[in-house]
Structures are given as C-alpha cells and as structure tokens.
Design a protein around this ligand. Sequence first.
Ligand code: PLP
Length: 427
Amino acid sequence: MSSNHALFQRALERIPGGVNSPVRAFRSVGGEPFFTARADGACLWDVEGKRYIDYVGSWGPMIAGHNHPHVRAAVERAIQNGLSFGTPCPAEVTMAETITRLIPSIDVVRMVNSGTEATMSAIRLARGHTGRARIVKFEGCYHGHADAFLVKAGSGALTLGTPTSPGVPAALADLTLTLPFNDFEAATALFDAFGVEIAGLIVEPVPGNMNCIPPREGYLQHLRALCSRHGALLIFDEVMTGFRVALGGAQAHYGVTPDLTTLGKIIGGGMPVGAYGGRREIMQQIAPAGPVYQAGTLSGNPVAMAAGLAMLELIQQPGFHEELARRTRLLTDGLQAIADGEGIAFSTQRVGAMFGLFFTAQKVETYAQATATDTAAFNRFFQAMLERGVFLAPSAYEAGFVSSAHDEQIIAETLEAARGAFRAVKN
Ligand code: PLP
C-alpha cells in the first residue's frame, strides 16, 4: 500500500494542490495531509494504519460518528433499487416532510447537492423575489464558493489572504456588501445607506468559518429587525449549524426566525446533499412553481436521501443534542484547564457540539479578534496533536465538531494528548 507521502506526490501531479478542496492540503498549518483509508466512530485511520481521533467529522456531517451502522444499512438498502432515477422518488417527499417538521420556519424546501448550491440558489431567490440586486454578508463568513460569496470569505478563502478571489468579476463583487460580525451599529448604518437596494442578508448564525464565534446577545434579533424594516430577506446559512447546535438549528437555539434557511452537511449523512427552504410564498417563486430557475440532475438522489433520513432519525433521539453539548463542554473545559496550568494564553468557545480554540487570553467575539490570535501557536498545537493521534481542523479559522461517538474515554484520550501538545507549544 502507498504511503501518505507517496500518495500526496501522485496527487500533486494530477490534482490542483493535490486536493479536491483547499483546506485539506494543510497549507495553513504546514506539512502534508494524510490519506484516510477508513473511518469508524470517532476515528480515522490513514493508509499507513495510524489512528486519529477526529474533530473534523468530514467538516460537519458526521454528528453520529463515522460509518454509523444505521446510516450504512439505509444506504445498503437503497442501493439495491438503483443509484439514481431522474424522476421523483418517495424518499424526497419524506425528506421534505422531515425538514419542515424539524425547522418550523421552512414551509417548503428544495433539495440540492451541496451547501454551495443551497446558498447560491437562496440568493438568486432573494433577488428574484425582491427585485433587488445587492446582498449583504459578513467578513469571515463562508457560504460556499459561488462568485457572490467569495468576497471577504472565511474558511480556506480566509487563509489564502485575498479579499476576493481572482475570477470574481468586480461588477458582481460590488453587489456584495460586507459587514463586521457582531457590530450592531455597522449593520444599522449599512441598511440606512443601502436598504432599498438589499435583496437579502446572509449570515452563519454561529460563524464557524473564522473559528467559532457566537453571536452577541440580541445580534441575530437586530439583523432580523433590520431586514424586516427594509424589506430584505434574512437568510440563515445553517449548512454547518443546522441540526448541530440544536435539533432545530441555530434559529431554534436563539429563537430567531429567518425568511430562508440553507442546509447541508448533516442532512446528507455523509453523501453530497444541500437544501434551501423557507416561507411558502417565497419558495413558490422557484421553478416550476414560479419563475426563478434552479435545477439539478442528481438533486433528491435516492441514496443520498436514504443516508440523510437515517442520520436525521439518529439525531432525533431524546437528549441527543444535550449529551453532545455536555461532551463538548468536557472537551473545551478540559483543554482550558490544561492550557491554564501551563500558563498558555488560550481560550475556547462552544455552541452545542461546535467549538473553537483560540491562542489568545481574550474572549473572541469578532473577525478582527479572531484574525489577531496567535496562529503560529495554533499551528504548533495542531502538529503536536496530530503527532499524538488527534486530528483537529487544519486551520486556526475552522470550528471543531464533536460527535456522539466521542465518548468520555475518547475525550480523556484527547486531553491526555493535549497535555503533551500544549507543552510542545511552549517550547
Ligand atoms: N455554508 C457554510 C456555513 C459552510 O460551512 C459551508 C462549507 O463548509 C458551505 C456553506 C458550503 O458547503 P459545501 O462545501 O457543501 O458546498
């Protein structure tokens, strides 16, 4: 079997940067990525047989752990009947009914194949519905890679250091207005200046692509009020937070009702799935019910729907999210105590089963504060954890994820690794 290094060399020859999604290349933390041979529960095993406790969870979907037997069995059953039909299938109806039951702000939902497709379609709908052209997003928020969002974007785009990707026409970027997250006055001022031109404001209600930054008390309510006052649609991008920070997503956790919601990750159970939905009269603008066009060869794919529905069954078990939040707290409190003991400037944040680690003593509430943390220290910590068999997101600007497979034993093992890793950070 090939080594990680040999595979990466081959990949570099034939895949841009050796990867099919930039953050996987470890550019921001240094070194080379490992190649996963298999995944189970809380762990990944690379092609050389090394085991890693995984806090990336395939970037979010694996909230019940990898290779969950319930999800796998659903997929195995579905593939007996064929992989794709190109006609409506029953599982799509069940999926739409499940999503609309779990997220009451969604009356009607359209399935797509990724989070990017969901957000891209949602802003087309916002523009079509309002007849306005401008959209508002936040610095450091990531909504996938559609042109309109690659303006001061988070995630991998943030570590590349260009405010807007080459290839995004200036004329299009000009339509995307950006705001600093958690700043009340800036949002009010922007809406005062541009309100009648704004089709929609899109926000990660708990930004997870500039590390993990919870909204200040009342901030999401403030955005809701501004959008209502100025006739713009409030779009919650819950691709990451949906079904994770609470069963009903961040909108349930914070009690704020958006007009449109975008989903992804968990609803696919590990298969490529996204969705967008919202108020009936807005969603009825989508073709063929209405004039705003959006389509997909593989949308509502029967195998993907089976995986997603099985995952949604798992997370509806009573107490599922409360237990995840408790485990996440065990992890972040444990890390904080070790860092404090070592005298390292370190802080953590968490909402439900989503967490952020910051190499700074301050509480981080803004993008400016997140980007001012000691990323070199994070990178040393990342490498030291990796060496000790713990895989954190390979960037100081990504949230971490805990799954139900991360039991107390796994968390204790992680904290043991962290003891050595924090010491390594100091030296
Ligand atoms: N929106 C958010 C909040 C995300 O975190 C992501 C991906 O990480 C996306 C959208 C894009 O989703 P995808 O990578 O499935 O296109």
